[in-house]
Design a protein around this ligand. Sequence first.
Ligand SMILES: [Cu+2]
Length: 179
Amino acid sequence: MFRSAPDGNVQAYDAKTGNLVWQFQIGAAGGPPFSYEVDGEQYVAAIAPAGVWAFKLGGTIAQAAAPTRPPPEPFPGQPTDTTQIETASLVRDTGFTGFHYMTDEYAFSPFRARVKKGTQVTWRNNGLMVHTIVAQDGSWTTGTLNPADVGGVAFDKPGSYPYFCKEHPWVVGQVVVTD
Ligand SMILES: [Cu+2]
């Protein structure tokens, strides 16, 4: 069984056991492999962005360099210089009847906050639900914030401080602390 893996390898698996028995790096994710025969010799090929790679038993072509991918950026966009973060965001949309405003309790505002080291950052629960801000590595928390509560955390070392809400763990944010 042949497949093109997203990491740029064309792979062959043993169809009975599922074991990977061969792979070849073509430098980019290819299309579905296909097979054909020329003069009694079988080829397995895959289309890649830069051309077609065809393989046969005893072939001698060298592998390509593995594709490099940029590291994932979990916090895209520019940080906002502020020491105050709110647990809900005001969202606006435009409909037939004009602008509508609503509160999204599943979004920190701002999503990325930037402060100087030694600064206390506060989270204000301006929503209707309970939110508890917790560091992704578990090293700090605001404690439980009921509606209208404010919790603070001081950051003494420069760095990136990703956090999430304990009650709604898909809601994340980041504090960037500068020197
Ligand atoms: Cu929450």
